[in-house]
Design a protein. Sequence first.
Length: 222
Amino acid sequence: MTSSISERITTICASLPPSVRLIAVSKTFSSEVIRTAYNAGIRDFGENRIQEAASKQAELHDLADITWHFIGHLQSNKAKKAIELFDWIHSVDNLKLAQRLNQLAQQLEVSPHVCLQVKILPDPHKSGWSVPELLADLPALNQCKNLQIQGLMTIPPVGLNNAEIINVFKNTHKLAKEIQEQNWSHIKMQELSMGMSGDYQLAVQAGATMVRLGTILFGERT
Ligand SMILES: *Cc1c(COP(=O)(O)O)cnc(C)c1O
């Protein structure tokens, strides 16, 4: 890529519908790179490792209006740090983790925004609820009153063609609607976190409200 980060940000922001929130996935990139993206207008950043995020956040503490999104697999022993460092956790992938986060949120007197990670198709390489598992866990999730459950997150398995990918995204959207129609008191389904550099246009077509873009903004990770 020969264009600069700020040029790429401008182009991609202009191509997204205004209803779609761009999460710039800055994992592996330095705090200077994040600062460049901030100066180009980005306020939402995604990270997938707690330690890495903690040190970058310390270096960027002067940028007080950044919203930090955790997008990686979260181990239970890092749940407390995650709540302290992040406003959003997109990758809540099982009931035990949700309950642990809920308990910690109560103790810390915060109410993090979370998405529930769902696997529309079986995928041994990813964590997340299957659709039947998620539907079965909704009553218990509805008890997690210190979490602001905002919607679903999904990542299609690798190796699908575009038609199959868009089906994954459409089925995620459909599932969110079904859950919303059940009218849970503490589960909202207004957000769909789906779409990465290779497939975000398909995700947007299927109703994504948050896209998580790394490579297309910052270049290849090494
Ligand atoms: C790394 C990562 C992204 C960004 O991926 P790109 O293909 O670089 O855009 C998005 N979502 C998750 C969960 C990730 O781990």
